[in-house]
Each structure stands twice: as C-alpha cells, then as structure tokens.
Design a protein around this ligand. Structure first.
Ligand code: NCD
Length: 304
C-alpha cells in the first residue's frame, strides 16, 4: 500500500505515468466513469479549503465512487479530544482512501503510520502540498509541453507557502531548471530547502526582492498568497501582504509565452486585469487539478 505524503513519495516515472493517465482522462472521460464504482474516498479537512477538497471529491465522483468526510475539525470528534491516529483508524473502517489536510506539519505522516488505507497529504501546515504540485506539473506539461529547460520564478510567501516547497522539490528532478526566488527578506525560502534540495542537486537559483529584475527571463511565474494563518502577529502580515501585486504593466517585458500560475486562493497578489491575458493559466490550473487527482486515486487504489 502506498501513501503520498511528500511529492518525493512518487518517482519521476510514476509522475510521468500519472500525467499520461490524466491526459487520457481529459480526452476520454467516459472510459473512466465507473472505475471506482463501490469505492469511498474520505476527505478529512482540519483546515479550510475550497479547491483541494472539492477537487478530490469531484475527482472521486467522476470515477463513479462516493465521498464521505468533514470540512472542519470542529464538526468532528477531534473537538472532543480524539487524536489524529484514532480518527484515522476509525475512518479507515469506512473508506478505501483518505485525503487529509491538517495545520500541523507532519500530521498526515503520523496518520499514514496508523492507516490501513492509502493516505494522501492534502496540505500539512507550512510544509508540503504534493497534490497541488501534481496539478502544477500537469499544467506546466500541458501549457509548455515540457517539464525541463525552464526558468521558474516563484513570488510571494516562499517561507510558509507549502505549494512552493513541494513544487521546488518536484522540479529539481528535471533537467536544466533554474529558479528565481522573489520574496521580501522575511518570507524567504527556508534554509533546509535551499540546502537539501537546491544546493544538493546543484540547481541554479537567485534570490531577489524585485519582481521586475528577472521578469524577462521567466518561462513560469508562480504567484502565491501571503499565508496569513501562519503568522505570529497580524502587524507583520499587514506590512507584507501587498508587497507584490502583478498587473498588466508589470508584464510588459515578460516573454510572450510566459505561463502565470497561482495555486489560489488569490487575495491581492494578481490584479484582475491580468485574468484576460492569454498567459494567465491559474483558472485552467484548477481544472487540471481534478484530472491529476483522478489519476492519483486510480493509482493508489490500484485500479487498472
Ligand atoms: C494552497 C494551500 O492550501 O496551500 N491552496 C490550495 O490548496 N490550492 C495555497 C494557499 O492557500 O495559499
């Protein structure tokens, strides 16, 4: 039995094969509509979500399966003091696969050690978000036609943004990837990711506070929200929240085939005047998320 807690739980070959299946699902939806008949997905969301939870749920429904779960800790027995380990053992009796989001880093890993069904990490604190990364990879593959030879700008909250951490980890395994890390000093990428991922794999990267400095070089611009819920005080959040706002003017020198991504939700970091630009791919990205999650559910349930 396989769990997906970190993006590295999937090899590059496994990711390639998930992308292949997701593309096949996009082209032949009807072929897949009964693949998970009689199966149940549980979504255990101890932290707010719109896209990730609904994307998992619609993915399972489009495979013919059913969905159970909760969308806030207060409506589950956690509010009575139940541990994650016990909750997982119980939910495993009712479901075939579990997608779990938790504010504590490592909680899905703990769950996976106790679980009798596959666990998917749907985001753990400021740590990882592997299925958002699968979404990002499918989007990049479909929009750019490749996952190698790319200069990727990541902009905003690189400290607490779990989607950024997982995406860097994943992209570091492809050839000739360069990163431009754009953030204020307070929100720089954690040292452990620089050391263990970027430096260990000899990946080229630069850190800058400026959104404009490298704009013309970027193939991908990955914007992120400042993660208010991870801040210790509101003043710091207020000071940093509007540090970067991408608008039409800022894109003047950008490549014609730049691909602008955002895991969403957006707050102010992309002005709505960018939405009509053909380079804005963040709403398409949402759609890709459902298909790659369908592919992942099929893989973990070992459905042929
Ligand atoms: C992201 C998350 O939850 O980390 N959202 C998502 O899953 N698409 C990004 C965010 O909340 O800023």
């Amino acid at each position: 039995m396989k769990h997906v807690i970190d993006i590295k739980d999937l090899s590059v070959e496994e990711i390639d094969s998930l992308i292949k299946v997701a593309k096949d699902i996009i082209n032949h939806k009807e072929k897949y509509s009964h693949k998970c008949d009689g199966k149940k997905l549980a979504t255990l969301f101890f932290e707010p979500s719109t896209r990730t939870r609904l994307s998992f749920e619609s993915a399972m429904m489009e495979l013919g399966g059913n969905v159970i779960g909760f969308s806030e800790a207060s409506s589950s027995s956690v509010s009575k003091g139940e541990t994650v380990a016990d909750t997982i053992r119980v939910v495993g009796c009712y479901s075939d696969i579990i997608a779990m989001r938790h504010p504590k880093e490592g909680a899905p890993y703990v769950a996976s050690m106790k679980s009798e069904v596959p666990i998917i990490n749907a985001g753990d604190g400021g740590h990882n978000h592997p299925t958002q990364t699968l979404t990002d990879l499918l989007t990049i593959e479909c929009e750019k036609g490749r996952l190698d030879n790319l200069t990727i700008g990541l902009c905003g909250d690189l400290k607490f943004g779990r989607t950024v951490h997982s995406l860097i980890t994943a992209m570091s395994r492809y050839k000739n990837i360069k990163f431009v890390l754009i953030s204020p000093d307070e929100l720089k990428l954690p040292e452990y990711i620089k050391k263990d991922i970027l430096e260990k794999n000899n990946i080229e990267y630069v850190e800058t506070k400026s959104m404009d400095e490298y704009m013309k070089d970027l193939d991908i611009l990955y914007m992120t929200r400042v993660q208010r819920e991870r801040f210790f005080n509101e003043e710091d959040y207020v000071r940093l929240k509007d540090y970067y706002i991408l608008n039409k003017a800022k894109l003047e020198n950008a490549k014609k085939d730049l691909c602008i991504l955002h895991p969403l939700p957006r707050v102010n970091e992309i002005s709505t005047d960018v939405d009509d630009d053909p380079r804005a791919c963040y709403f398409k990205q949402v759609r890709y998320g459902k298909y790659i999650r369908m592919a992942l559910i099929l893989k973990l349930l070992e459905v042929k």
